[in-house]
Design a protein around this ligand. Structure first.
Ligand SMILES: Cn1c(O)c(C(=O)NCC(=O)O)c(=O)c2ccccc21
Ligand SMILES: [Mn+2]
Length: 249
């Protein structure tokens, strides 16, 4: 669990953040999904991308799980799936990733405070995971349809920042497709993983989603935010299970 207090706000972007938070709250309440484009701006976005590429070059990423996939000609092949690395943003070689994290914290904690006396969507957000930096190597690697938090582990909002310059889904694939719960087959949310795009969505069963096969290297940074009560209950359940296992040994 890693909860940062948002950094000191510069006067001039106070109303920018305020406006952004109102949009996030409105979209999350209406669709359960919210897209914020040009979140950091080109310069800072490219600085974050630079750090992620350095990590990739240095081999920081754990090798992704091997997944089998049928090639375009129906041949069964095993490809390396997504590769991930966990960053808390305080590492000296991740200053810009750290700045991204603090900016996302700022928006979420402000939104958390703004409406319903300190709740966003009836949640009270009091912390988050570290940042998961993900790289899809681009050999057709994908991520099967799943729910991030199907069993109340405490995570209420998924936040993904995309880093892919000039990404063209027609050429490179890698589309994020969300199947909002209760929507008939035709209603899906297709999110292109384009550079400097920030995405929020409810982490629970309301938003099953998949990453379609990527044919070029695809980078993203994910943060999961915790709801205080759900997280506390999950930790208590986990503690109980651990004790049970220990006593049954
Ligand atoms: C690599 N990667 C993921 O990409 C997604 C995911 O849903 N990604 C959506 C996206 O990148 O658009 C995940 O949810 C995920 C969960 C656990 C471990 C790795 C994971
Ligand atoms: Mn996911």
């Amino acid at each position: 669990l890693h909860s940062d207090s948002p950094p000191f706000l510069h006067k001039n972007n106070e109303d920018v953040v305020e406006e952004m938070c109102r949009n996030v709250i409105r979209d999350m309440d209406t669709y359960g999904v919210c897209v914020v484009d040009n979140f950091l701006g080109e310069e800072r976005g490219k600085a974050v991308l630079g750090e992620v590429i350095d990590m990739h070059t240095k081999g920081v990423f754990r090798d992704g799980q091997l997944v089998s996939s049928t090639g375009r000609h129906g041949d069964l092949k095993t490809i390396r799936g997504d590769q991930i690395a966990w960053i808390d943003g305080k590492e000296k070689s991740c200053k810009n990733i750290g700045h991204l994290i603090s900016q996302v914290d700022l928006v979420i904690m402000r939104a958390n405070k703004m409406l319903n006396n300190g709740k966003i969507g009836q949640y009270n957000i009091n912390g988050r995971t570290k940042a998961m930096v993900a790289c899809y190597p681009g050999s057709g690697s994908h991520y099967v349809k799943h729910v991030d938090n199907p069993n109340r582990d405490g995570r209420c909002i998924t936040s993904i920042y995309y880093l892919n310059l000039q990404w063209d889904v027609k050429r490179s694939g890698g589309l994020l497709r969300i199947f909002p719960e209760g929507s008939r087959g035709d209603k899906v949310a297709d999110i292109e993983p384009i550079f400097d795009r920030l995405l929020f969505f409810w982490s629970d069963r309301r938003n099953p989603h998949e990453v379609q096969p990527a044919y070029h290297t695809r980078y993203a940074i994910t943060l999961w935010f915790f709801d205080a009560l759900e997280r506390e209950e999950a930790c208590r359940r986990y503690e109980k299970e651990r004790k049970l296992q220990l006593s049954s040994k």
